[in-house]
Write a protein that binds this ligand. Structure first.
Ligand SMILES: Nc1ncnc2c1ncn2[C@@H]1O[C@H](COP(=O)(O)OP(=O)(O)OP(=O)(O)O)[C@@H](O)[C@H]1O
Ligand SMILES: [Mg+2]
Length: 820
């Protein structure tokens, strides 16, 4: 047989066809083995690659190779070897000319492949393809090695249908505008429920995190170097376990083909540049024992037609010719060298007859179905477009007998290979994460992402201290239609994130139902049984979360913006009001690049639905924000002194969001703002005035005094030790501690009952040194609880509220209060 078909006939594309069990696998193993052992007579040994879909063939081959030769074999099976293979990796070292070309091929292939492999519905395939295309182009702007984990997460982001956010993300990157637009269009048009089956199938790649596939396919760098494996005399076997879902095998095999193609392309170019003979090139054979796995690749046409240039040869094994896509058949026919026709169906026989010997196709056709086991009709390669020899019959001998024990081959495959190529770890960092966070910040999005986590935090902020779960759950049920389970999930996640603290303690137990109101009656436990029933989880916002999200530092004092105490007080009132509604408020603390309002408000989406009792019920979304109602809010404490500021606010906010809200401290100021904006379109502008809690004359004094930002007032005043001390303190305490000392609460309540006289009076009333009082006053002022005119301090609304609460002896929040 060797006489008829020797190793020189094998460095071509080869088509092997035949029914199951007819001997195809045996034949390619035989040929690979022949090339592997090929005596080197001056020519270069080829590099060999085999996809072994079943798994037994490779063991057979491994057992037939002597231990001394075995170090030329690499066999990678994800079940045994912790190797990493990033399917999406682009080749290293591409230059500026090569990169776009390679990138385009890669993205085109993968987006077609992915949408084909993962889709379940042909009608959505074109859109899905665009979505994959956009996702991939986007990811490749960050790295040459995006992982499936990146891809999976970006797809999840797309499903949230935040088209505008996706657009913001895309536009920041160097991406083709047409691709951006097509992708966005596809995202907005793809029906929501079309995503889920796709996402679920991708998730097989990445979940659970302990899975083989996650480790293998989500490590950023492959643990083997394909170019090194393309060296002479090497045999690399990819053993693809049949336990892996079909789509894996296709993506895996297709990715190897593409990466081999890119590597040979690169090598060919290098040889070309260095002026070497193409004969210096190492031939590469890729035996695909399951051609179906790679049959969809468009690149196959190129590989088939350009083989001489790249030295990459495909051996394609099919059980029936119908596995070959119709539009590829011509390309195969034109470029394939040897054809091995094993026993097959009459239908295939007819087609093969024409391929093997067109002038006597019928004769060949009748032979094929009757071929005995392991025998094939072989057509050698055509020369110059003409068949020079008629086909002949070959019975492939069985692969040589094993020279190794099965156990020995197995331990090589597991142990040696793992030592050489193992150790892959999935990379959980998302390449676009930083960018996404930045965009979210610029947009004023909630860093906790969804209302589910944000809304409970606003409750715990409002109700500082420990809140028993039960009344909180009741409130969420009646206000937002969130069940206790939903709230529990949110709180436990917040506890995990360190935003909320939890403790288990005794609270009250349910002693029955009030006959009149139908509301539960809660009692303090007295017996052991009641105590048991009164066990309750308590929640409290963590200091960190309180500082992170709810403390508003007045930076405006440093900027040239008009304002000061009243400006800050207004913003605080606005914030508290919106937080009460569960809204997220992005605040301009002077740390935002680009145009940004004082506060940008984002409400959770709210839907009205009929409840069981037939009444309309408000349901707050746990997942979605109401993007359509993003509202910029501007605080204008002294509009008459700041007409340019008013106009700027208007122009910026209307341009950015198409609507806005002005907040002023007095009714008159609303009129002032309107006068400044005379002639402007005001139908989308809201005006509100907020009572900062000062008597009218005091407020007027205060506003009148606010020529300069208030923190500088101390310096302007420039006399007395108080101002000096304040200044010193102000510079030390850049960021005031948001927690309030008990003495400070007492101070607030003294101010509530008898107003501000002077420091010594306050000091003796509190029993502390005057110096300490100064410290308190400065701190409370910074927290916005007090305002200042000259030397006098006045209670602001929030300070008044705290003082009143303190007087009633209530350290806790309204939750406890209501139920007491
Ligand atoms: N020349 C031979 N002599 C003896 N046994 C052989 C020979 N060739 C193949 N076999 C055996 O026949 C069986 C089927 O052969 P093989 O696996 O090559 O078929 P196949 O065409 O690849 O089938 P499938 O399409 O199912 O993969 C195998 O167990 C193989 O070891
Ligand atoms: Mg087989």
């Amino acid at each position: 047989m060797a006489r008829l078909l020797d190793s020189n006939d094998m460095l071509f594309h080869i088509l092997v066809a035949g029914g199951t069990g007819s001997g195809k696998t045996n034949a390619i193993l035989y040929m690979l083995d022949l090339l592997f052992r090929k005596e080197d007579k001056g020519s270069v040994l080829p590099a060999l690659f085999l996809f072994d879909p079943a798994g037994d063939a490779s063991i057979d081959l491994l057992r037939a190779i002597s231990p001394t030769e075995r170090n030329r074999v690499v066999i990678l099976d994800p079940q045994y070897v912790t190797f990493g293979f990033n399917l999406l990796s682009l080749p290293e070292g591409l230059d500026a000319v090569e990169k776009p070309e390679v990138l385009q091929i890669q993205v085109e292939e993968f987006s077609a492949l992915l949408s084909d492999v993962f889709n379940t519905d042909a009608t959505t395939a074109p859109r899905l393809m665009w979505i994959f295309k956009g996702a991939l182009y986007y990811l490749y702007t960050f790295t040459n090695d995006p992982t499936f984990w990146d891809l999976y997460n970006i797809m999840l982001l797309f499903t949230k249908k935040k088209a505008r956010e996706v657009e913001d993300l895309f536009r920041r990157r160097d991406m083709n505008v047409e691709i951006i637009e097509q992708t966005l269009e596809a995202i907005s048009k793809l029906p929501q429920d079309a995503y889920m089956p796709v996402i679920n199938r991708i998730s097989n790649f990445v979940l659970p995190p302990s899975s083989i596939t996650f480790r293998t396919f989500c490590s950023r760098k492959s643990t083997f170097d394909l170019e090194k494996l393309m060296s002479p005399g090497r045999l690399t076997i990819f053993r693809i376990p049949s336990s892996l879902p079909n789509e894996f095998r296709r993506l895996f095999s297709s990715a190897v083909v593409m990466q081999l193609y890119f590597a040979s392309l690169k090598r060919a170019k290098r040889l070309e540049r260095s002026g070497e003979q193409p004969t210096a090139r190492i031939p590469v054979v890729l035996a695909a024992d399951e051609f179906r796995d790679i049959g969809e690749l468009k690149i196959l046409r190129t590989i088939l037609s350009q083989s001489r240039k790249y030295g990459l040869y495909l051996w394609m094994v099919v059980q029936t010719l119908s596995e070959i896509p119709e539009d590829l058949m011509g390309s195969i026919q034109a470029n394939v060298g040897p054809i091995l026709a094993f026993r097959g169906s009459p239908d295939d026989a007819r087609k093969l007859g024409k391929l093997l010997l067109p002038q006597r196709a019928e004769t060949v056709e009748t032979l094929i179905p009757g071929l005995e086991d392991y025998a094939a009709l072989v057509r050698k390669r055509p020369v110059g477009g003409r068949l020079v020899e008629p086909p002949f019959r070959v019975t492939f001998p069985k692969l040589r007998d094993p020279v190794n024990e099965y156990a020995g081959a197995l331990s090589y495959m597991k142990g040696d290979m793992d030592r050489a190529y193992g150790g892959a770890v999935a990379d959980r960092n998302l390449v676009y994460k930083k960018d996404q966070e930045l965009v979210a910040k610029l947009r004023g999005d909630c860093p906790l992402e969804i209302p589910l986590y944000w809304v409970p935090l606003t409750y715990l902020h409002r109700n500082r201290g420990w809140n028993p779960f039960t009344p909180m759950a009741e409130e969420f049920e009646s206000d937002h239609a969130w069940g206790p389970d939903v709230l529990k999930v949110a709180l436990s996640r917040l506890v995990d994130m360190g935003k909320v603290q939890q403790k288990i303690d005794i609270w009250k137990f349910r002693a029955g139902t009030d006959a009149k109101t139908g509301k539960p009656i809660w009692k303090d436990p007295t017996t052991e049984d009641e105590t048991l029933r009164a066990r309750e989880a308590f929640y409290s916002i963590s200091e960190d979360a309180q500082k992170e999200y709810f403390v508003f530092y007045n930076k405006s004092a440093k900027s040239d913006r008009a304002g000061g105490d009243v400006h800050v007080a207004l913003i605080k009132l606005v914030l508290e009001e919106y937080w009460k509604e569960g809204a997220w408020c992005a605040v301009d603390r002077g740390d935002r690049a680009g145009p940004f309002p004082d506060v940008l408000v984002l409400h959770p989406k709210v839907t009205m639905a009929k409840a069981k009792d037939g009444r309309q019920r408000v349901t707050m979304s746990t997942e979605e924000w109401d993007e359509e109602k993003r509202m910029p809010v501007e605080s204008q404490a002294t509009p008459s002194k700041n007409p340019d500021g008013v106009m700027n606010d208007y122009e910026r906010d209307m341009k950015g969001w198409g609507r806005m809200r002005f907040v002023t401290a007095t009714r008159n100021d609303i009129e002032t703002v309107k006068t400044i904006l005379q002639g402007k379109e005001l139908s989308m502008v809201q005006f509100v005035h907020k009572d900062v809690g000062l008597p009218q004359d005091e407020l007027e004094n205060l506003l009148a005094a606010e020529k300069q930002p208030v923190l500088q007032a101390g310096a302007a005043e420039g006399k007395g030790s108080l101002a000096g001390a304040e200044q010193a303190l102000a510079s030390v305490e850049r960021k005031p501690d948001p927690s309030i000392h008990e003495n400070e609460l007492r101070l607030l309540s003294v101010l509530l009952s008898s107003g501000y006289k002077n420091r010594p009076t306050l000091a003796s009333g509190l029993g502390v040194a005057p110096r300490q009082v100064t410290r308190y006053l400065v701190h409370l002022h910074k927290l916005g609880l007090l305002s200042r005119t000259g030397k006098r301090y006045l209670l602001m609304q929030e300070g008044r509220r705290l003082a009143e609460r303190h007087d009633q002896g209530m350290p806790g929040g309204p939750a406890q209060l209501k139920l007491a």
